[in-house]
Design a protein around this ligand. Sequence first.
Ligand SMILES: [Zn+2]
Length: 268
Amino acid sequence: MGRFFDPHIHMYSRTTDDYVAMANAGIEVIVQPSFWLGSPRTSVGTFEDYWEHMITFETKRAKDFGIEHFVCISVNPKEATTRPLAIDAIEPMKERYLDREKVVAVGELGYNLINDLEEEISVKQMDIAASRDMLMMIHLPHTNKIEAMNRIEKILDGKKYNREKILIDHNIEETIGKTLDLGMWAGLSVYPVTKLSPERATKIVQKHGSDHIMINSAADWGVSDPLSVPLTAERMKNDGCSSTDIERVTFYNAYDFFKHSSRFTWKP
Ligand SMILES: [Zn+2]
């Protein structure tokens, strides 16, 4: 067993049993990005209650199990569906939540269905993050990842974002090269269905090296596994990866990325 960091997990939709298993497996620190409610939101107030809940209640819940918890705040692309609600939610987000203790990034941003409203909401929040010199976590959609990647590249071309402060998540074999070539950090989500298996994630690291890559569980409402990070470490070990590579993608790279945030106060 090693020390693990899960840089993308939605504990809002998980149980205390998950926290026990995670602590027992060696997960020491987690980052929880803003997700969707599971059903449509009907007012700005429900965004605010959710952000407040993550920052305060969920941080304490994690702490009770010995796990350090940080948060990324955003209007998630899955919730960038109604105008003006999605736009209206950004104002209180800026005023009352982005500067809070434990908030280490703006995210998840990016695309779900890939449409103009999602892009408008995402770019608006990318600009807010850049103006505050904050980290960003950008989500690639489940389908059409390459189209999303091309759109992201175009956005990056037009503006001067600090790419060392951008994490592109849910990469697969076809997107990882571009994420790294563009100078950003790459997340690999290991998820029992619809995303990468531990085997596929291991092969990606064997091909591209361990620099700037981090494994996460993306555990949420779906059939997902909050132990994906330690599980992938075990797979990598069995497949002959070096302990340095394993430690980098399951612990230190996530630390190296998030320590760019002044509010990421945790140290290994
Ligand atoms: Zn997510």
